[in-house]
Design a protein around this ligand. Sequence first.
Ligand SMILES: C[S@@+](CC[C@H](N)C(=O)[O-])C[C@H]1O[C@@H](n2cnc3c(N)ncnc32)[C@H](O)[C@@H]1O
Length: 206
Amino acid sequence: MKKNKISKNWINKNKKDPFIKQSKIQGYRSRSAFKLIEINNKFNFLKNNLSLLDLGACPGGWSQVASKKIIKGKILSVDIKPMVKIDTVEFINGDFCSENINKKIFSYFKSKIDIVLSDMAINTTGNKSLDSYNTGELCLKAMDLALQILSHNGVFLSKVFMGSIFEEINKKAKSNFKKIVIYKPMASKKESKEIYIYCKGILKVR
Ligand SMILES: C[S@@+](CC[C@H](N)C(=O)[O-])C[C@H]1O[C@@H](n2cnc3c(N)ncnc32)[C@H](O)[C@@H]1O
């Protein structure tokens, strides 16, 4: 298919996407916001006064959703891309895996926190298995951070692409968290291998 035809198809598809329409109407920066709204409707974990870390937050849809629920708590968002300010949300620009950003995250919260979100994905290369593997690696690293920073009853929610690395992620989650649910919200495109892993309650707090 020619490039022009592909981009026309993409524009037409997006015009019909109800989540894109709704994100514009409701003032969300991304259609992803509706994924978190749906996941929270199922698990009801976003509550006032909590502390939350949003990894891979840009452009900020998830942080917007979190900031509507957590009015008085602490929300820290991190991304390698810059993000336009959201009231009540603190932002750090950088790679969450780097030592420097890691230190900044811990010094911002100063104590254990309630929720770690990761909607992180690498810039896609077009090679689906490589992309799903690399995004899975981000999930494993985010889980490591979650295990260090979450309190006893904390929640870790992360994007994963179904693929070769999924079993490793699921196994690691099962050996570290009390409750694990794999969930695909309606807002996650059917044709995408994206799913979410919801983990609650750490088995052995570090
Ligand atoms: C799908 S977007 C997140 C969308 C966001 N949840 C929202 O609702 O607007 C994935 C983000 O992960 C970020 N990302 C990827 N690797 C990262 C890393 N190592 N550290 C921080 N952010 C990263 C990307 O820059 C990208 O902005």
